[in-house]
Design a protein. Structure first.
Lengths: 158, 289
């Protein structure tokens, strides 16, 4: 089995084991996760990880942290990140049904859209970005089609 | 990056169909049109994207595990400008013993940054030693058995010179320690681990940039949002912890440092001042004075 595949499988196993353990932390970020939501959360993470795994094949390192939550149409979610000029980044996200299509985009510290690359394939999407200036940026996750759904976003860099 | 998008594209059905059509004997203009059509949803700026509203900016989520970069990310950017002699930068020696839990959390953070330095230096023994120190400190904070198991993983990866796995393991260890702190109602210490790692990472990088200053390298130090975040976290600590002389000193240093990293390109003087401030506070973390 290729090394990357082993890595991804190990990570997925870690995620499944860690899900119950991490529930406490996410309880604060996400006030009332039900057991079902936790399972759904793991599923979204697995899909996001599968997508991010494709980037790690090209030397991108996946951050250990992840952003889980719930998203609905016309209520995009934003994550604040601090990026370094010279590095290359991919933000990979996935949603579970009944969400059908998502999009990821990047904004500068003033909230203006920046030039980035996108990958979109229904329930998974990613934005690739090369900052020219170090500092604060925002990653936007928007539900384009479907109903309120659990999402997970991962962050890779090289 | 374009290659990755192409690889991903190849996995979706539409792309496979398009690849088939492209391989056929199409006239040149139709081929160009199809390539342009494929590129539209995949590459470039989303034209319809409107700027964020002030309330969206205010309500953006901040997660310490993603909003604050790890030292490895900082070092990756440094390596692209000019790879330092990392072997010379590996710090040796055991941290001074202390019973102050805030100081232990800060030292633990600096050790995580030192772990990344040893990984960049590809110093397997150095990584093992630092991993051992991290676990020893974590034990003092009564962390769980699962964190202690991370020490074995660090040793195994160092034994096999698996540097990428070590980078991931260092971050995972730090996050697991933080999770344990959180579960033990020690969440005040969580930010101090991140703060320690950031101080040590910034001490090192500002020193490197100071020695061979270029505007391009100085731009890496532009991190006012990180400092503002760390200050907010310090200000939300319980009063007793804020009154700890070490924490009070850290707060003053961070407030002063904000002025050094606000410009898009910090000046050489700013870099020198930042390095002096970070060295002083890193020394205070190590010695408790």
């Amino acid at each position: 089995m290729p090394r990357r595949a082993i890595g991804i499988m190990t990570r997925l196993m870690q995620i499944l084991v860690a899900a119950a353990v991490s529930a406490g932390v996410h309880a604060q970020e996400n006030p009332s996760p039900s057991p079902a939501a936790t399972e759904s959360d793991v599923s979204a993470r697995s899909k996001a990880l599968e997508l991010a795994g494709a980037f790690s094949n090209d030397g991108y390192k996946i951050r250990d942290g992840y952003w889980p939550g719930e998203i609905e149409q016309n209520r995009p979610q934003f994550l604040e990140v601090n990026l370094f000029s010279g590095n290359e980044y991919w933000f990979s996200a996935a949603i579970n049904p009944p969400g059908r299509k998502i999009a990821v985009s990047v904004f500068n510290e003033k909230g203006k859209p920046v030039d980035f690359q996108t990958y979109e394939d229904g329930q998974v999407a990613a934005a690739g970005f090369l900052p020219e200036v170090s500092g604060r940026y925002y990653v936007k996750l928007a539900l384009i089609e479907g109903d309120k759904a659990q999402f997970c976003l991962l962050y890779s860099y090289k | 990056m374009r290659n990755i998008v192409a690889k991903l594209c190849a996995t979706n059905t539409l792309a496979k169909l398009c690849a088939f059509v492209l391989s056929a004997h199409m006239i040149r203009i139709r081929r160009h049109l199809l390539v342009a059509f494929l590129a539209l949803p995949l590459l470039g700026l989303r034209a319809a994207e409107s700027p964020m509203t002030p309330s969206q900016i205010d309500q953006a989520v901040r997660l310490e595990s993603l909003t604050i970069p790890m030292p490895g990310e900082f070092f990756a950017a440094i390596n692209k400008l000019e790879r330092p002699n990392w072997k010379q930068l590996v710090r040796t020696g055991t941290p001074e013993a202390t019973a102050n839990r805030a100081q232990i959390a800060l030292v633990l953070g600096t050790l995580v940054a030192d772990g990344y330095i040893a990984v960049e230096a590809q110093d397997g023994q150095g990584v093992k030693n630092i991993g051992k120190e991290i676990i020893n400190l974590a034990k003092k904070l009564n962390v769980s058995q699962s964190v202690l198991g991370r020490g074995n993983s660090i040793n195994d990866f160092a034994e096999n010179n698996d540097w990428n796995a070590l980078r991931e393991e260092l971050e995972a260890t730090q996050n697991e320690v933080k999770l344990d702190m959180f579960e033990q109602k020690d969440s005040n210490l969580v930010t101090l681990v991140s703060l320690g790692a950031w101080v040590r990472g910034t001490e090192l990088t500002s020193g490197l940039i100071e020695r061979s200053y270029t505007p391009e390298s100085a731009r890496l130090l532009r991190q006012p949002a990180i400092i503002a975040y760390l200050l907010e976290q310090i200000n939300s600590l319980p009063q007793a912890m804020r009154d700890d002389p070490l924490i009070a000193r850290l707060r003053v240093t961070l407030e002063k440092s904000l002025g050094f990293v606000n410009a898009e390109t910090p000046s050489k003087e700013n870099v020198t001042e930042l390095h002096t401030a970070m060295s002083s506070v890193a020394n205070a973390i190590a010695t408790g004075q």
